[in-house]
Ligand binder design. Structure first.
Ligand SMILES: Nc1ncnc2c1ncn2[C@@H]1O[C@H](COP(=O)(O)OP(=O)(O)OP(=O)(O)O)[C@@H](O)[C@H]1O
Ligand SMILES: [Mg+2]
Length: 272
């Protein structure tokens, strides 16, 4: 458990001064088609370690498909993805998790028949796939590691602002808290890069403001953040770089200021 996450269980823990090694991501000439639909087409970009990089674009532009390609859920028709300079072609999501990649989903993927803490613990177990037989043979150490895992889950829930739900069943939590729970679960694998697919969808403005601070605190620890989001206020506030997709292709890329004033973006996406 990262020392930063474990300190200060108040509503807004400080980022502290311990940093993780954020991961560097490169996407090279990536393409994926579904039938005649070119969901992602010849897309290349680079995300520097420790930065917040947003991916925006109209509905159907290919943002979620891009996440599914990066995280190993889909195999590309062409192109490749490099994590810290190494090709991760063909690797399944759990292997990518062990290499430090973690994500949330556009549609909540929470186990509603489990508690908030168990959901976060599950995130760690499922994705890091411990050797359970070895663990069983040394079961006192397994018990210790279970305790540590539970403690880490509680700390992560505090970190994301879910301290009111430490004893809660997921089914009893409001939607905004479930969105934060999903981020806590993604952080449970201690990722170097975190991909968030529309984390602000369905949140009110106060919740979105809290999310903005949370994303900033994650990045302050050195974790690379890739953010797919329709909330332009959030995107413009937190991003170091913004990539604009249109019909699976790169329309523009730059700082929030550059993208905001790009005539192609204004014409095609922001609507003037
Ligand atoms: N599994 C799939 N099978 C067939 N078509 C798909 C599949 N996944 C995505 N598509 C198509 O690919 C295109 C890109 O979809 P994608 O979900 O990546 O867009 P998006 O940018 O995430 O949109 P939104 O903002 O609505 O979430 C769309 O035309 C979509 O219908
Ligand atoms: Mg999507």
């Amino acid at each position: 458990m990262n020392a930063v996450l474990s300190q200060n269980a108040s509503a807004e823990p400080d980022a502290g001064n311990v940093r993780r090694a954020g991961a560097d991501l490169a996407v090279l000439s990536l393409s994926k088609a579904f039938g005649g639909v070119h969901a992602v087409e010849d897309l290349s970009f680079h995300i520097r370690a420790g930065t917040i990089h947003s991916v925006i674009g109209p509905n159907g532009a290919g943002k979620t498909t891009l996440f599914n390609l990066i995280t190993g859920l889909y195999q590309p028709d062409q192109g490749e993805v490099l994590l810290n300079g190494q090709s991760v072609q063909g690797m399944p999501p759990e292997r990518l998790a062990r290499l430090g990649m973690s994500r949330t989903f556009q549609n909540l993927q929470i186990c509603m028949n489990m508690s908030a803490v168990e959901n976060v613990m599950l995130g760690r177990h499922l994705h890091l796939k411990r050797n359970f037989l070895a663990a069983l043979l040394r079961w006192p150490s397994l018990r210790r590691s279970e305790r540590a895992c539970r403690e880490q889950a509680r700390e992560l829930l505090c970190f994301v602002g879910c301290e009111a739900y430490l004893e809660a069943e997921a089914s009893a939590m409001p939607y905004g808290a479930l969105k934060r729970l999903e981020i806590a679960r993604a952080l449970a694998t201690e990722p170097g890069i975190l991909l968030l697919d529309e984390p602000a969808a369905g949140l009110n403005s106060a919740e979105t403001a809290a999310l903005e601070r949370l994303i900033q605190r994650v990045a302050d620890q050195g974790v690379t953040v890739v953010l797919v989001e329709h909330d332009m206020k959030l995107v413009m506030a937190v991003s170091d770089q913004v990539l604009v997709l249109d019909y699976g292709r790169k329309l523009a890329e730059g700082t929030p200021q550059e993208v905001r004033h790009n005539p192609d973006v204004i014409a095609a996406y922001l609507g003037g």
